[in-house]
Design a protein around this ligand. Structure first.
Ligand code: UGA
Length: 506
């Protein structure tokens, strides 16, 4: 999914290099050529515009095409940036990475190439994949030389462009011979904007494994802090304070220590399970068991959060309306893969709840598609809104699942508090009005066709929800479950909410 941002940045930073992105899907390539890009990433559109359309006066050097064979044959260097999802069937199902797309990309390259190429693994792949590629090339195109390099990507969604422009490091893995090292040097030259000291060259197997290891260690940090959040909730310690103190140790550092209702995204679970599978294949049972706990803990954290909501609502959710704010697995993306919101919504629906869902960027179709896998008749028990306050009307609980800036409550100022004191009676009136009106009225369904025509930020992403209005429309005791610790709990408390945060006793 993020191969294009990488290529767009490479093209923008190197006006002298022609970059062609190829895909089998006509629709996807058409979207990349249009003003409604198929993915949202802050600042992506402006980078694409410069390189694709030459808006800075250059000759365009970023091209999109479905003519894969022609692009392969013209290229000196080819990135393989296809998906490597978890296998769903066969050997290693549920853990091993499915390398079918990598293999078919290699076959296409071998069949279309008429000259030597440098082939670069961008996708996250298990250690040893380069050897499989070498075998394919040797069998299908024995008269040509393919230098295989590993150059994994470390960008995160939602911050892809800034991560690409200011990477912590660029990792290039090659074989130990002179030819492979000179191919690695040619690839290093592409990263013109990165200081040479930050371009690390290692052996190809280290490079493949380092990418998996980095993701697994990041996921492990989140599972570790989440495990501590359970202890905090039971003891009165506060996870934010704990993370601050622990993170101030320069050996530990303060990033990726934000407790949450569980990590999501297409990478962490897949990569941890892939490492578990590699360890099992090597008969390293204890190593496999060690990493498996990272994923198990994440499932536990999601279940724990759903149970906490159920408990606070007297262990019965039947026909209770619950508002879910946020569906994406993190802010600034419309990606929902493995989003904790999906698991938690599934569990609340299993208890009989009615869900009112709002996300500033995720489409209605996507939410319905995600829920189809976890509930047989999801469309009859959920409603999707394009406004947070509308989603909260009559809600017995508001559950925050994504850390969108929009959900943050500004610190309450004295003026606001004064206004609040004046308007208590008015609020009471508003509340009874909205409670008596049907929750089905005024439903505001999200426009599914609203793709991003531009970026930074996407339309509406700079707004803030008005918690005061929400206080007036939710049911008492105005429960908020903050699955991302994004709101200022004290500010919300002064509006009459009872906020339950991750890693903080009720
Ligand atoms: C992750 C890695 O961070 C990237 O370095 C890597 O390149 C990428 O996978 C990949 O392999 O493609 P990504 O999944 O896009 O990036 O996003 P993260 O920012 O890592 O967040 C993943 C999940 O962890 C999100 O659900 C996020 O909300 C959660 N998270 C993150 C926490 O719960 N706590 C934190 O402190 C940080």
């Amino acid at each position: 999914m993020l191969g294009v941002p990488t290529c767009a940045v490479i093209a923008k930073q190197n006006p002298g290099i022609q970059v062609t992105v190829v895909d089998l899907s006509e629709a996807r390539i058409a979207a990349w050529k249009s003003n409604a890009l198929p993915i949202f990433e802050p600042d992506l559109f402006s980078v694409v515009e410069v390189a694709r359309d030459g808006t800075d006066g250059r000759a365009p050097n970023l091209h999109f095409s479905t003519d894969i064979a022609a692009a392969i044959d013209e290229a000196d260097l080819i990135f393989i940036a296809v998906n490597t999802p978890t296998k769903t069937a066969g050997l290693g199902a549920g853990k091993a990475s499915n390398l079918a797309y990598v293999e078919s990309a290699a076959r296409m390259i071998a069949e279309a190439a008429t000259s030597d190429k440098i082939v670069v693994e961008k996708s996250t792949v298990p250690c040893g994949t380069a050897e499989s590629l070498r075998t394919i090339f040797a069998a299908l195109a024995p008269s040509l030389t393919f230098d295989i390099l590993s150059n994994p990507e470390f960008l995160a969604e939602g911050t892809a462009i800034s991560d690409l422009l200011r990477p912590d490091r660029i990792l290039i893995g090659s074989l130990n011979d002179a030819r492979s090292k000179s191919a690695a040097e040619a690839l290093a030259q592409v990263y013109t904007w990165v200081p040479r000291s930050q371009i690390i060259t290692v052996n190809i197997w280290s490079s493949e494994l380092a990418k998996l290891a980095a993701n697994c260690m990041l996921a492990q940090r989140i599972s570790s802090i989440n495990s501590l959040s359970a202890i905090c909730e039971a003891t009165g310690a506060e996870i934010e304070e704990l993370a601050q103190v622990v993170g101030l140790d320069s050996r530990i550092g303060d990033r990726m220590l934000k407790a949450s209702a569980g990590f999501g995204g297409s990478c962490f679970k897949k990569d941890v399970l892939s490492l578990v599978y590699i360890a099992e294949s090597l008969h390293l049972e204890e190593v496999a068991a060690h990493w498996k706990t990272v994923v198990d803990l994440n499932e536990y954290q999601k279940n724990r959060f759903a149970r906490r909501i159920t408990r606070a609502l007297h262990n019965t959710l039947a026909d209770k309306r619950i508002a879910i704010l946020g569906w994406a697995y993190k802010k600034n993306t419309r990606d929902t893969r493995e989003s904790a919101a999906i698991t938690i919504a599934g569990q609340l629906l299993a208890e009989g709840a009615l869900l009112a869902i709002y996300d500033p960027l995720v489409s209605q179709n996507q939410i319905l598609q995600d829920l189809a896998d976890v509930h047989p008749n999801a469309d009859s028990v959920i409603k999707i809104y394009s406004d947070a306050t509308a989603a909260c009307v009559d809600a017995c609980a508001v559950v925050i699942m994504t850390e969108w800036d929009e959900f943050k409550a500004d610190r309450i100022t004295q003026t606001t508090l004064d206004k609040l004191a004046d308007s208590n009676t008015h609020d009471q009136q508003l509340e009874s009005t909205s409670t008596s009106s049907s929750s089905d009225s005024g439903i505001d369904v999200q426009d599914d066709t609203a793709e991003n025509a531009s970026d930074s930020p996407a339309p509406g992403l700079d707004k803030r929800i008005d918690w005061r209005s929400i206080a007036a429309v939710v049911r008492r005791p105005r429960l908020v479950f903050d699955g991302r610790n994004v709101v200022d709990a004290d500010a919300l408390a002064s509006l009459g909410f009872r906020v339950q945060s991750i890693g903080k006793a009720d």
